[in-house]
Design a protein around this ligand. Structure first.
Ligand code: MN
Ligand code: MN
Length: 469
């Protein structure tokens, strides 16, 4: 019997995560950091789904994508974009094969947890004016008082004119803030659970304090704010009903650490996947199959609504592509397209946080800086409310990753029965599309500032490019 070299055997047989920074040379690190700068620029420009779509259109137009609505016909190699209600962006690079051979799609979401203004938000209390809010998505409410907030969104006036709101992010702008109790008087508050310390109805944003000078007016500060809004934007109080205004952290994306290896920013779930998927399709060479990059909205509240992943925008987009390709656009063929398609649900996962080891399964969770993370299934409690990628599909994807030398890792969101979460994957699976979750692992997910690793973002970008090839 020849002597076995167990070190070689270990290399051959064991499946270990690899730290990107230990693998890359200086030249590669430069590319990683340069990509991160572009990503940070996008984050600062795109704090809401509407802003993400606007920023996305600007980028793709510069890169030769045409508005699908304006194209009379399509052929292989054409690059098009389509927009749904200002909150979804779909991009396609037309393949050489008929669309019924299936597309390769990367779908991510561009909505993030935040505070939405209520439909009648403005009120006055003790000579101060406030906006009432209703939080959107899964937040820890105690995160939101005392941080600088900016306001973003649109107001549609009764005459139909649409007014853009974007105030608080420019250095010269005022910011807005939710107050909190001083520790000196917080004895009772400090005994409450984190869940109860700050209640939803207490997430009220301070917006002003100077009254109008008129003894007969009852709410003088509220009227002064209305007067300001009317002069500046033409808004009357009823217009808030036909508005979508979101309060988000006023901070810009920043580097973390002496080595600048990490990024802190608002809304990285899921723009940390949306941006690399866009970057990847910009560089995608027309291939056999059509390549699609698809940004959805409303993932954080269950993908409901006309701009969520459960909406029919994917169907209508597919039908429009088929019609303009002069290929059958009946339901049968649409389903054939879906059944032959391959997709990534590109969304974030939780990174193993050494301060909170107890909630993770360390053998199965993603590590910061160890590459793009694959999640075979999400959900909670006995794999409920999730799709699961098949063994066959996982093999296909694993091969693409390894053939292209992508640094990747597997991931699971938390210990069994610890909690859980979902993504848009199950809504694509329902349509017959093979799909797997893949994305960047975060710390502080859903907090006002989330943390990502520049290494993982770059790996996501490389993985998406490899998938499109
Ligand atoms: Mn997400
Ligand atoms: Mn989320």
């Amino acid at each position: 019997m020849p002597k076995i070299n167990y070190q070689n055997l270990e290399k051959k047989l064991k499946f270990e995560k690899k730290n990107c920074w230990e693998i890359w040379n200086e030249e590669e690190k430069k590319k990683v950091f340069a990509f991160a700068e572009k990503y940070k620029g996008f984050l600062n420009e795109a704090k809401t789904e509407r802003e993400a779509v606007q920023a996305g259109i600007k980028i793709v137009k510069k890169n030769g994508f045409k508005n699908l609505a304006e194209c009379k016909s399509l052929k292989a190699g054409d690059k098009v974009y389509a927009v749904n209600h200002d909150k979804n962006l779909a991009l396609a690079v037309m393949g050489k094969k008929p669309l019924s051979a299936g597309f390769k799609m990367i779908m991510s979401h561009i909505d993030s947890p935040r505070l939405d203004l209520k439909v009648k938000p403005l009120y006055e209390d003790e000579s101060l004016a406030f906006f009432k809010t209703h939080y959107y998505g899964g937040i820890k409410k105690y995160h939101w008082p005392t941080i600088p907030l900016s306001l973003h969104g649109v107001v549609v006036l009764s005459n139909g004119k649409k007014v853009d709101i974007n105030i608080g992010d420019d250095e010269s702008d005022p910011i807005f803030m939710i107050t909190d109790l001083l520790p000196h008087l917080a004895k009772a508050q400090m005994k409450k659970t984190l869940d109860e310390a700050i209640m939803g109805e207490e997430l009220n944003i301070l917006v002003g304090s100077i009254p109008v000078k008129d003894e007969k007016v009852k709410e003088k500060v509220k009227l002064a704010i209305l007067e300001y809004l009317n002069n500046k934007y033409g808004i009357i109080e009823e217009d808030f009903f036909s508005a979508e205004i979101q309060a988000v952290p006023a901070s810009k994306a920043r580097d973390i650490g002496f080595d600048r290896s990490l990024i802190a920013a608002y809304g990285q779930d899921d723009r940390v996947c949306a941006f690399p998927s866009l970057a990847a399709i910009l560089e995608a060479k027309p291939a056999e199959r059509t390549q699609i990059c698809f940004w959805v909205d409303r993932e954080e509240i269950g993908s409901e609504g006309i701009t969520g992943a459960q909406s029919i925008f994917l169907e209508s987009f597919t039908v429009e592509l088929l019609e303009k390709l002069k290929q059958p656009s009946n339901l049968k063929n649409v389903y054939r397209v879906f059944n032959n398609s391959r997709a990534f649900s590109s969304d974030v996962t939780a990174a193993f946080d050494p301060d909170y080891k107890d909630v993770h399964d360390p053998r199965n969770c993603a590590k910061m800086g160890y590459g793009v993370a694959f999640e075979k299934y999400t959900g909670h409690r006995g794999k409920s409310v999730t799709s699961e990628a098949s063994a066959e599909y996982v093999q296909e994807i694993r091969k693409i990753m390894n053939d292209n030398k992508i640094i990747w890792q597997t991931s699971n969101l938390g210990k069994v029965d610890e909690g859980g979460g979902g993504t848009i994957a199950m809504y694509m699976a329902k349509r017959g599309i093979e799909i797997i979750d893949i994305g960047v692992a975060l710390f502080n997910m859903h907090a006002p500032m989330e943390i990502s690793s520049k290494a993982d973002i770059y790996c996501a970008y490389l993985a998406y490019k490899a998938f499109y090839k």
